[in-house]
Each structure stands twice: as structure tokens, then as C-alpha cells.
Design a protein around this ligand. Structure first.
Ligand code: CTP
Length: 410
């Protein structure tokens, strides 16, 4: 139900925080990957250890602990989630959100976020009814924040009225509903290639390249988070497998080609792998030994199948949208245009991989999207953001096709 959905749960201070361990348990049971941020007031009601044990992830409690390089920064924390859920959301938290205050980790994460936010208010009835709170709620809703509850009932303070935090089941259902409404690629299948390939020379040696697979894996994750079924065919990488994605691990370019063929048919193909153009003609079955006096050696290479080209020219089996990459060190856009034409794909994401750009292996990328109708220069951004921008354009591509088809039928 919530397969592979990344939920950032922000727990602020209120007696209703006692329900959050159960909330974490239910969300996790439904398949979500839950990370928690706990305010200092929230930590008075529920311990970080409880949330950590139930979510299986580090709990973030203090802005300054995130300055450690090994920790995730507050911006990254908010960007890596598919949705942010604030439960319980106190009157104070809602006021800070409405006014853009950022004086602790929860409010800083919320201000730095570009993700959908669901809030679950919990407070005393007079606080809820107060005009200030009502104005803040109205402001937040106008900005697109989704409200879950509050309910009427007996409040923690003993009074009766509106302000009771929604039941855990209702919160989980609201989260599922949010994703059902935002799964525009549901029913589509994407094949994504990622990482380098290893082309064997003999049993111990191979030809490889510096691709980390970070961009391809981020694309698989971004498409999955929009409801797409994703098959990720990956060369050898040191990355965690994206949740909810079918991962097929391969070594060589020809293995990758066979795996891609077997994974079809697909609606979308994104070839982000740095497939070796060449493989060794005859792999030696025994380790190659150097001869005494030998100072040079020659390897005979033959071309690997071009997977992007094969997919683009697959006739009736061709995915509706075929996207490739062009890693270039000079004339980036011109070379990408040539690749678009020679391979026959629909879009090329061209990037500069010259020494000094740190694109290969790094976390950032600067993309020029080359299509038959022109070039779009994307701003430099993280590979996660590149993946999300691409996924959004994939959604736009399919929705404009649906509109055109409907127009033609009308
Ligand atoms: N590609 C592929 N199969 C191959 C080679 C490349 O699918 N055997 C795909 C890559 O995944 C990428 C695009 O093709 O999407 C890159 O095009 P390519 O012309 O191969 O780039 P380079 O390897 O950089 O080629 P060149 O050396 O000609 O620039």
C-alpha cells in the first residue's frame, strides 16, 4: 500500500505524541520507509530510541547534530522524503509553519522543504478555536498543506471539544489516500539502466569506468515514488537497492542488454548506465601471464550492443518514451543532438563530465535536456532533484499524450 514511500514524520510536543510509536509501526507495516524528526518538546513524551527501534532509522532530534558531515543535512532530510507528516502538530508548530520561523530542527526542515506536507493537529479546544490558530490553518491550507483532523472528543486536558488528534488508522488511511491521488505513473512500467559495466579480460581483470550509479538509482526511485513499476538493471555499484523496485544486477554490457530485453515490454526506458562501448573479443579462461621480455600487449575489442539504440529501434516493442544520457567533455549539446538523431531516442539528458565537474561519482549534476523540439538548460542540482525533475517531465509527457488522444477522439 505504501510500498517504498519515504515518509518524514515530524513529532512535536503534545501529549498525543504517545500515539506516534503506533503510527510509525502502522506506516512501516504498510510498507513505508519512515524517518523521524523529534522536537525537544516531543522528546518529553516519546523517546528517540522508541521511534528509532520501530522505524529502523536514525531519529533526528537536534539541528546542530546535523552539521556532522556523515549526517544528513536538514535540507537533504526534507528533500529525500516523498511526504512530510507532522503528527502531532501543536498550535505553536502550526504558527511557526504559517509564519516561516525556523528556530529548531522540525521548523527548519519544514521551511526548507519542497515536498507535500500533511499536518495532524492536536491541542486544547480553546487553542484550536483561537482566531490566531484558525488564521494559521487557513494560511497553511491555502499554501497546499493537507489537514488531517482534528477530531471532536475528550481531550488530554480533560475538556471536551475539537482538538483531539486523529486516530492512527485514520492518519494511515489519509497518507495512503494522498499517495493514491499522487501516483500519476500507476500502471506504467519503466526499465532503468544504471551504473558501470565490467567487461572481463580474464578471470581476475576487467575493463570498467567511473560511473557510481547514483543518477540511475535516483531516477528509478523517483519514478517508483510516482506509482510506476520499475525494473532497475544495474551494473556493479556500491549503493542500496531502491525500495519497491525490481533490481536485476549484471556485470557486463551484454548481460545488461539481455536483462533489459527480458524485462520488457515497458512504457518508459531510461538508459543511465555507462555501458562500455567495447568488450574484449575473447575473454581468457585462465589468468593472462606476462612473458619475460614482453613490454607491450594488445587487446582485441569488439563493440557491445547499444542498448539505448536497440530500445529506440525496437519496432512494435519500443517503449513509448526512450530517454538516454550523453556524458560529454566538450560540445555537450551538439554531441547530444547527434546522439539523439543517431540512436533514435526521444530525449537525451546531456551532462558535462570533464575533469573538475565531479559529475562522475559526485552528488550533483547539470543537465541540458535535448529533445527534437529544442534544448532546456536545467539548473545545477542534486542527482535526486534531477531525477525528480525528469520524473515530473515523464508525467507531463504522458498526460499531454492522453489529452491529445482525447482531443483527437472528440
Ligand atoms: N548506451 C547503451 N548501450 C551502450 C552504450 C551506450 O545503452 N552499449 C547508452 C547509455 O546508457 C547512454 C547513452 O547510450 O544513455 C550514451 O551514449 P554513447 O554514445 O554510448 O555515449 P558514450 O559511451 O559516451 O559514446 P561516445 O564515446 O561515442 O561519446
Amino acid at each position: 500500500m505504501l510500498n517504498a514511500k519515504r515518509i518524514l514524520l515530524i513529532v512535536t510536543g503534545g501529549i498525543a505524541a504517545y500515539k506516534t510509536p503506533d503510527l510509525v509501526r502502522q506506516l512501516t507495516k504498510a510498507g513505508a520507509d519512515v524517518r523521524c524528526v523529534l522536537s525537544s518538546a516531543g522528546a518529553e513524551f516519546v523517546t528517540p530510541l522508541t521511534l528509532q527501534s520501530l522505524s529502523g532509522n536514525t531519529v533526528y532530534t537536534d539541528l546542530f547534530s546535523l552539521t556532522d558531515e556523515n549526517e544528513m543535512g536538514h535540507i537533504e532530510l526534507s528533500r529525500q522524503a516523498d511526504v512530510i507528516l507532522v503528527a502531532p502538530a501543536t498550535a505553536n508548530t502550526l504558527a511557526k509553519m504559517a509564519h516561516g520561523l525556523a528556530d529548531d530542527l522540525p521548523s527548519t526542515v519544514l521551511l526548507a522543504s519542497n515536498k507535500p506536507v500533511l499536518v495532524v493537529p492536536a491541542m486544547n479546544v480553546e487553542m484550536w478555536d483561537n482566531a490566531a490558530t484558525q488564521d494559521n490553518i487557513k494560511t497553511l491550507q491555502e499554501r497546499g498543506v493537507t489537514l488531517i483532523g482534528p477530531n471532536e472528543g475528550e481531550l488530554a486536558c480533560g475538556e471536551w471539544g475539537q482538538g483531539r488528534m486523529s486516530d492512527v488508522d485514520d492518519i494511515v488511511n489519509a497518507v495512503i489516500h494522498h499517495f493514491n491521488m499522487t501516483a500519476p505513473l500507476k500502471g506504467k512500467h519503466a526499465i532503468v539502466t544504471s551504473g558501470p559495466t565490467f567487461e572481463p579480460i580474464d578471470p581476475v581483470r576487467y575493463i570498467a569506468n567511473r560511473s557510481s550509479g547514483k543518477q540511475g538509482h535516483a531516477i528509478a526511485r523517483a519514478l517508483r515514488s510516482l506509482g510506476c513499476r520499475v525494473t532497475l538493471v544495474s551494473g556493479p555499484v556500491a549503493l542500496a537497492e531502491p525500495k519497491g523496485v525490481d533490481v536485476i544486477s549484471v556485470q557486463s554490457g551484454e548481460d545488461m542488454y539481455q536483462a533489459v530485453k527480458a524485462a520488457g515490454p515497458a512504457d518508459i526506458a531510461v538508459c543511465a548506465a555507462a555501458v562500455a562501448d567495447w568488450r574484449v573479443q575473447e575473454t581468457a579462461s585462465q589468468k593472462l601471464k606476462k612473458q619475460s621480455g614482453q613490454t607491450t600487449s594488445t587487446l582485441n575489442l569488439v563493440q557491445n550492443t547499444d542498448i539505448l539504440q536497440a530500445l529506440s529501434q525496437a519496432g512494435p516493442d519500443r517503449p513509448t518514451l526512450v530517454v538516454g544520457f550523453a556524458a560529454e567533455t566538450q560540445n555537450v549539446v551538439d554531441n547530444a543532438r547527434k546522439k539523439l538523431a543517431s540512436k533514435g531516442c526521444d530525449w537525451i539528458l546531456a551532462n558535462d563530465v570533464s575533469a573538475g565537474t565531479n559529475t562522475f561519482g559526485g552528488d550533483h549534476n547539470t543537465i541540458h535536456l535535448v529533445t527534437r523540439s529544442g534544448v532546456e538548460d536545467w539548473k545545477p542540482q542534486s542527482k535526486t532533484d534531477v531525477a525528480e525533475q525528469l520524473a515530473k517531465q515523464v508525467v507531463d509527457f504522458f498526460s499531454s499524450r492522453t489529452t491529445n488522444t482525447q482531443d483527437m477522439g472528440a
